[in-house]
Design a protein. Structure first.
Length: 413
């Protein structure tokens, strides 16, 4: 029954020309009940899948994808055999990276990069996603890894809404449409819009932790796409009142004490860091200008809570590449992807080696074969490395000497 429903839904989306852009299925709130539930099932919560995340992946993963596909957030194993990267390029990343384990020899020692190190290990039994074997609880927190799933962070019923007065609530005016996209309608006196990505809000409790509010953001309607030519810019905002919390505080719901010596987070960049960011083009090139300095490999939080402003900045065509001012902020997502990435700890770039490119090519087992320092590629092919950087050409960076993107802010290279 569930697969028949999914097939009909997929066919409907194709017929409507919606593959490759945002889908109206959730419409900012509760979707069709039968998309996730079956009235006469014996499953807990009468779910279509054996667990909540499997139910989500009934729609958000599809075997046979040949490239980034709209609302898909996971690549099926059949579509990413050895040497082939996951397909999706959404800002949050592709959970498929969790299933890519790499083995290589590092200075004479056999070494493994386990896929479970590449992001949030959701539990989705129907799709082969299992409990994090390394962490019993969230790093820096108490959330049980065995309970981690899509609904740990996203409210499956989408009850949180943004109202016409700018506040977020769990009840009130009906949710008329999504509030996530740059093209989404704004709330009115008689209707609300959904919060960004159906994220958990104030009072939402899972695994013994409770969220205190929702963060602010807008994303282009076409967001799951290669960045080979143009970037996908999510406009992250800073709002802390009326049911909002900052992005860092939202992540801290689970990662409340992450690291003994944490990197500054949720702090204003200040003039020095903002100047570095705006000037930095690549290693050895500090000729950039603020108007064109943005990179989605190092995003930042804008110091605004105005959703109209954020919507005007959420672009995928490079028409808005304005860099930060001193009042803008660093956050968790400046360095990490929310779901998973091609690198350890869901980082946006490889921090295991000081350089990023090999001449005009990405590092890979095929471009630097037999290299005694496998930290350059960590067992990945150059195609996989390129995918981890969302298909950017390596020629965007300093030939043979591009150092890590920590320098986008710190300019130590």
């Amino acid at each position: 029954m569930r697969w028949a429903f999914v097939a009909v839904l997929a066919a409907t989306l194709v017929a409507a020309g919606m593959v490759g852009i945002s889908s109206a299925y959730h419409s900012g709130g509760a979707a069709e009940c039968t998309g996730c539930h079956t009235m006469h099932g014996s499953n807990t919560y009468l779910l279509q899948g054996s667990d909540p995340s499997s139910t989500c992946l009934n729609c958000h993963q599809h075997t046979g994808d040949t490239g980034p596909t709209s609302y898909h957030s996971s690549t099926a194993p059949a579509d990413m055999p050895a040497g082939v990267p996951p397909k999706q390029r959404a800002p949050g990343g592709d959970f498929g990276w969790l299933k890519k384990t790499y083995t290589f020899t590092l200075r004479g020692t056999p070494t493994t990069d386990d896929g479970n190190l590449f992001g949030h290990n959701i539990v989705a039994a129907d799709y082969g996603y299992v409990v994090d074997p390394n962490n019993a609880t969230a790093p820096g927190g108490t959330f049980p890894s065995a309970q981690l799933g899509c609904t740990s962070c996203h409210d499956p019923h989408g009850q949180y809404r943004r109202n016409a007065n700018g506040t977020i609530s769990k009840t009130g005016a009906p949710i008329a449409n999504s509030g996530s996209y740059a093209t989404s309608a704004e709330p009115t006196a008689t209707s609300a819009v959904g919060v960004y990505r159906l994220l958990a809000g104030a009072g939402y409790t899972k695994g013994g932790v409770t969220f205190l509010g929702n963060p602010a953001a807008k994303v282009p309607s076409s967001y799951n796409r290669t960045e080979a030519a143009t970037q996908t810019r999510v406009a992250y905002g800073h709002a802390t009142t009326g049911g909002h919390v900052s992005w860092a505080d939202w992540c801290k719901t689970c990662h409340s004490n992450h690291g003994a010596f944490p990197h500054p987070n949720d702090q204003q960049l200040g003039s020095t860091i903002a100047t570095n960011y705006n000037s930095y083009v690549k290693t050895g090139d500090m000729t950039g200008t603020a108007a064109t300095s943005f990179t989605s490999l190092v995003p930042f939080v804008e110091n605004t809570s105005d959703y109209t402003v954020l919507a005007s900045h959420a672009k995928n065509d490079n028409t808005y590449l304005q860099g930060p001012s001193g009042g803008d902020r660093i956050t968790c997502l400046s360095c990490h992807r929310a779901h998973a990435s091609g690198w350890n700890h869901a980082l946006r770039w490889n921090i295991e080696y000081e350089f990023m490119v090999s001449g005009t090519s990405w590092y890979g087992t095929d471009t630097t074969p037999g290299d005694t320092n496998a930290n350059k590629h960590r067992g990945r092919t150059s195609t996989e490395t390129a995918a981890a950087y969302y298909d950017r050409p390596a020629t965007q960076f300093a030939e043979g000497g591009q150092r890590l993107l920590c320098n986008k802010c710190h300019a130590k290279d």
